[in-house]
Design a protein around this ligand. Structure first.
Ligand SMILES: Nc1ncnc2c1ncn2[C@@H]1O[C@H](COP(=O)(O)OP(=O)(O)OP(=O)(O)O)[C@@H](O)[C@H]1O
Length: 278
């Protein structure tokens, strides 16, 4: 993506969602720490995300971005500190419990059922979220709603014409769209996407940024991202993670101008990537 396109996309990013007084943050990390053996990987991370904000988490390789996602989504329990979802503690809870509380993390493509159609894949996600696994009778009563919701999702992610296509026969970009459809299918209000455009061409990426914006409208979005075109096109705010700490959390413009960030990571990277046409 060219630097002009990046600036245009940044200008179009949603205005920052304001937090009403007394309302909890959609997601909050308080002095979060995680050690693997003797190595402390996350070192007192702090973050407070308002409902409806789109956040990109960036940082050098090995800074701890994926580990943060794993701590938030419940794959890892923190060594200490707190994770709050809409003001409720979720640290230490299991991934499915956190999912039920309204936070959904993108499934990897390997979690798409390759031999099921687009419709069937999406409906699995929707039915799961409606709780069909607890009761067959509930499953039957929910089926109508689930079908309607699935049709709506298919339209939203632009795969309605591929309704009966098996997931294995979709293009890579279509599979990633399906993955996002499954992630948002359950109606979660906080969505975590791990490098959603990785492996896509420039034109696919530009299209996908718009798709992500559309399907996460009104939701809180966190992405881990390396591509600065995606970061500046998608994010209301950027969290810069360096060595297990959030060293800056601000608007793209402010982060770009932040001396500590430039020194630690971003200055050269943005300049290089923009010059490189990303
Ligand atoms: N399960 C684990 N056991 C031991 N060490 C781990 C584990 N998971 C991550 N680490 C270590 O934690 C550090 C941070 O890794 P992490 O994957 O979170 O970084 P990252 O910022 O996502 O990097 P990248 O941008 O390269 O994906 C690395 O040194 C990694 O080796």
């Amino acid at each position: 993506m060219s630097s002009v396109a990046i600036q245009q996309a940044a200008a179009m990013a949603a205005p920052h969602a304001a937090r009403k007084q007394g309302q909890p943050y959609a997601l909050e990390l308080r002095d979060l720490r995680k050690s693997f053996g003797k190595s402390e990987i996350i070192r007192g991370a702090q973050l407070a995300v308002n409902a409806g904000e789109r956040i990109a988490i960036i940082g050098p390789n090995g800074a701890g971005k994926s580990t943060l996602f794993n701590l938030i989504s419940g794959r890892f329990a923190p060594s200490s500190g707190e994770v709050l979802l809409h003001g409720e503690r979720i640290d230490g809870k299991k991934p499915f419990e956190i999912n039920r509380m309204g936070l959904s993390r993108s499934f990897q493509i390997t979690n798409i059922f390759p031999k099921l159609s687009v419709f069937e894949n999406l409906r699995c996600g929707v039915l799961w979220s409606l709780g069909y696994r607890y009761s067959f009778w509930r499953f039957l009563s929910n089926l109508h709603d689930a079908n309607a919701r699935t049709e709506e999702l298919m339209e939203m992610i632009g795969l309605h014409r591929k309704r009966d296509t098996l997931a294995v026969n979709l293009t890579y970009a279509e599979q990633r769209a399906l993955e996002i459809g499954i992630t948002i299918g359950g109606g979660a209000s906080v969505i975590l996407l791990d490098e959603p455009t990785a492996g896509m061409s420039n034109s696919e990426t530009a299209h996908f940024i718009q798709l992500i914006k559309k399907v996460t409208e009104g939701k809180t979005l966190l992405t881990v991202e390396h591509d600065m075109g995606v970061v500046f096109g998608l994010a209301d705010k950027i969290a810069v993670v360096v060595y297990g700490e959030v060293i800056a959390f601000d608007t793209p413009e402010a982060v770009r101008a932040n001396a500590r960030v430039q020194e630690a990571y971003l200055g050269s990277s943005v300049a290089e990537q923009q010059a490189g046409g990303h």
